[in-house]
Design a protein around this ligand. Structure first.
Ligand code: GAL
Length: 705
């Protein structure tokens, strides 16, 4: 894989990539020189250039004006700054839409959007795609051998959707490819319902504005198609570059759990995964949510290092009320990404824009210049990242898999379900938060992933399930893994048609429990009654409660750990554990949650399942449980390679026991047996002795692979 190796080589050469988007077209030559100097002084080694430069390169149709970019690259190269050169295709020049209105996207109401912002292109437009390819090729031809160019960046945050006629044509072709003939489509979409039957593909439309609920499978396929269409646009540009430059890595920037693109199906087409993340400083769950998306980014390419491509140095400007982010917090968020596998820490953007919609967005270099808290914080971060060079390339080894599937998320969030309060992403976040608080590393993987390396498989919600998915989960339990499955899983097949029978139909035998009714719960929830010696008993200070959704279940061999209290489901099992007796000698156990329990109860169930599988946290004992050693729950512990990162997200110092001798890479100081991590600060502990064996509980959390 030349491109992938290219990223590793880039990091081996210069250490952690550090920098940000740089938009020199907004500035004069004098400013370019000042910028390059300040970048070098701050430790910047990579900037993304040209993301929004199309109208500068091609001010009139067919023109090419690259001289200014030649100069920019020379200036940057002169200071040793590498360039991640972007194809400028996210924002076409205004003339393209004026001359070719079909290049502009059409929304679901039939409104054609206009130029004047950005992203005003239809990924279905052949004219747009040809123009995008032409400028991409010319850029690649001109700069493929330029010594400043270290990486390629295709477009920006792919996510455009078009409902216009050209898009309808491509949608029909995609459907023909998927179903072969229109009967296949009718079958898959269940068009006998509401007289939706199609006699020919020509009658099929994108889900535009309709009188009432759309066909859920039509919507699901539309989302699959839209993701595939954009992938096609990315690939065209990627291939055009690769035909000219055989070795430099090529990427594009993802957006975490972005609802319009299935990154699982994209990741193999990137040489390195890159993500743009803008956690809300006002969100108390931001640290754990960030950890989750970082785990996703790391997992998308099987644990390879990834790049945090964009983040804000301070406040963003696109929320209605933009809370600031302190330099300390910005630094901590960056170190968190490194701890969770990033080998690149970049920002949007280097210098704050004076004009345009982002004039109040923070930057590495604020309007007020370098003598500012924000810029000084950036310089400090640059120095920190240089000190962390030895972690580059190292892996986070997780023994827990969290299953996540974009199609299932899409299908589970279509209209007209028992409740729209059960959000698969919120469920994933709640489950992951337990692991995060306990310092248990987890990968976020697609159901098709090889699960054999995991000792626990957690399935917060997998609404769509196929036999192969159920077989993989069964095999995991037979191997000895703990499996925990959350509510409203295994409900439907890949066409989003409900599977008839007692649910979850494909897993009922493995789980030893089956259901017959989905019952959304009253707003104030219901009691959960622990039964027997259940981990649910005494899980938290309050009585266990269930919310959102309950299921009318029957235990068919599983132990009942909790039942529902008074209400529609009274007395029925709510939480179960099953030893399936498959005949496999070391089989594990299969747990089922037929509801959304309170956080303490969820944590008790997950911890019991992890204990059963022998999964240990990154620190001996669990900070979130009886052996808590910190004043708050906000100290994150994660191991990358040999290095134990401790990230204190709280406003209080945290004292932690860390048996053994270490060196804190961030301060260069030795640490023995205990360490105090300051508020909004971090430690990166490297075992002091060569060949050091980590104490029990640390041993299996990290590996250099
Ligand atoms: C990103 C985008 C950048 C910039 C940034 C502001 O979504 O890629 O170009 O707009 O947001 O937060």
């Amino acid at each position: 894989m030349p491109g992938t190796d290219g990223f590793a080589a880039l990091v081996a050469d210069g250490g952690i990539c550090f920098g940000g988007d740089y938009n020199p077209e907004q500035w004069s030559r004098e400013v370019w020189r000042e910028d390059a100097r300040l970048m070098r002084e701050a430790g910047v080694n990579l900037v993304t250039v040209g993301v929004f430069s199309w109208a500068m390169y091609e001010p009139t149709p067919g023109a090419r004006e690259f001289d200014w970019l030649d100069e920019v690259l020379e200036v940057l190269h002169g200071q040793g700054i590498g360039v991640d050169l972007a194809t400028p295709t996210a924002s076409p020049p205004a003339w393209l839409g004026v001359r070719h209105p079909e290049t502009l996207p059409v929304d679901a109401d039939g409104v054609r959007l206009v130029a004047g912002s950005r992203n005003h292109f239809s990924p279905a437009s052949q004219v747009y795609r040809d123009a995008a390819l032409a400028i991409t090729r010319d850029l690649a031809r001109r700069y493929a051998t330029h010594p400043a160019v270290r990486m390629w960046h295709v477009g920006n945050e792919f996510g455009q959707v078009c409902h216009g006629d050209e898009a309808a044509g491509r949608f029909r072709a995609w459907l023909r490819d998927r179903y072969g003939d229109v009967d296949g489509l009718n079958e898959a979409w269940g068009t006998a319902f509401w007289s939706q039957r199609y006699a020919s593909f020509d009658e099929v439309l994108p889900p535009r504005r309709m009188p009432y609920h759309p066909n859920p499978t039509q919507s699901l396929d539309w989302r699959r198609y839209s993701s595939d269409l954009l992938l096609g646009v990315y690939r065209e540009q990627r291939d055009a570059i690769r035909a000219i430059d055989v070795s430099r890595p090529i990427t594009t920037n993802f957006m975490g759990f972005f609802p319009l693109v299935d990154y699982t199906s994209w990741a193999d087409d990137l040489d390195v995964v890159a993500d743009d993340a803008y956690p809300d400083p006002g969100d108390p769950h931001a640290p754990s949510s960030s950890a989750l998306r970082q785990d996703l980014m790391r997992s998308l390419r099987g644990g390879e290092p990834w790049i945090l491509m964009e983040q804000a140095a301070g406040a963003v400007s696109w929320r209605p009320h933009n809370l600031p982010k302190s330099p300390a917090r910005s630094r901590l968020e960056s170190l968190q990404a490194v701890a969770r596998g990033a080998d690149g820490i970049c920002f949007f953007q280097w210098r704050a824009s004076r004009a345009g919609a982002e004039r109040f967005h923070s930057a590495m270099l604020p309007h007020a210049g370098p003598e500012t808290r924000v810029h000084q914080g950036i310089r400090r971060l640059g120095a920190d990242l240089a000190r962390l060079r030895s972690v580059t390339g190292a892996r986070v080894r997780a023994r827990v898999a969290l299953l996540w599937d974009w199609s299932s998320w899409w299908a589970a969030t279509e209209v007209a379900r028992p409740t729209d309060r059960l959000d698969p992403l919120e469920q994933l976040r709640a489950w992951h938060r337990v692991l995060w608080a306990d310092g248990v590393a987890a990968d976020v993987v697609h159901p098709g992933t090889d699960l054999s390396r995991y000792d626990a498989v957690l399935v917060p919600n997998l609404y769509l399930m196929e036999p192969a998915d159920a077989e993989a989960l069964t095999a995991a339990v037979e191997r000895g893994a703990s499996l925990v499955v959350g509510p409203f899983s295994g409900v439907a097949d890949a066409n989003a048609q409900v599977r008839p029978g007692r649910f979850p139909v494909l897993l009922a035998g493995l789980l030893g429990v089956s259901g017959e009714e989905w019952a959304p719960l009253p707003d104030d929830g219901v009691d959960l009654i622990p039964s027997g010696a259940s981990p649910v008993d005494g899980a938290g200070p309050a009585r266990p409660r269930a919310a959102v959704l309950g299921e009318l279940l029957r235990a068919d061999g599983a132990d009942v750990l909790a039942t529902f209290g008074p209400g529609h489901l009274e007395g029925a099992p709510a939480i179960t554990r099953h030893a399936p007796h498959t005949g496999a000698p070391d089989e594990g156990s299969a747990w089922y949650l037929g509801t959304v329990p309170d956080d303490d109860t969820l944590a008790a169930v997950l911890r019991a399942a992890l204990d059963a599988a022998g999964v240990e946290p990154a620190l001996p004992g669990r900070p979130g449980r009886d052996t808590r050693r910190t004043p708050g729950d906000d100290v994150e512990a994660v191991r990358r390679g040999d290095v134990l990162f401790l990230l204190n997200h709280s406003g209080e110092p945290a004292r932690l026991d860390v048996p053994g001798n270490w060196t804190d890479l961030l301060t260069g100081t030795p640490v023995s047996d205990e360490v105090t991590v300051g508020p909004t600060d971090a430690a990166a502990l490297l075992p002091a002795e060569a060949g050091h064996r980590a104490p029990a509980g640390l041993a299996n959390q990290g590996d250099r692979q």
